[in-house]
Unconditional design. Sequence first.
Length: 75
Amino acid sequence: MSTNPRHNEPTYTLELRAADQRRRLHSSLVELRTRVQERLDPKRIGREYLLPASGVAALFGLVLGYGLTGMFTRH
């Protein structure tokens, strides 16, 4: 066995690369998790789509009310 420092250099380089890849993977995962949480935030979605959802609900109520009224008033 050799105690030459150059003999261990490829292993050390591979370990450094692996550590660097783990750090990059971890940071990518944290960034992805943050983006998913931001996109699926119920408060943000509620604020963003409150007006269109209210319009659809009002239109649905109008159509349903007109239909039910028509069923009970026609002979």
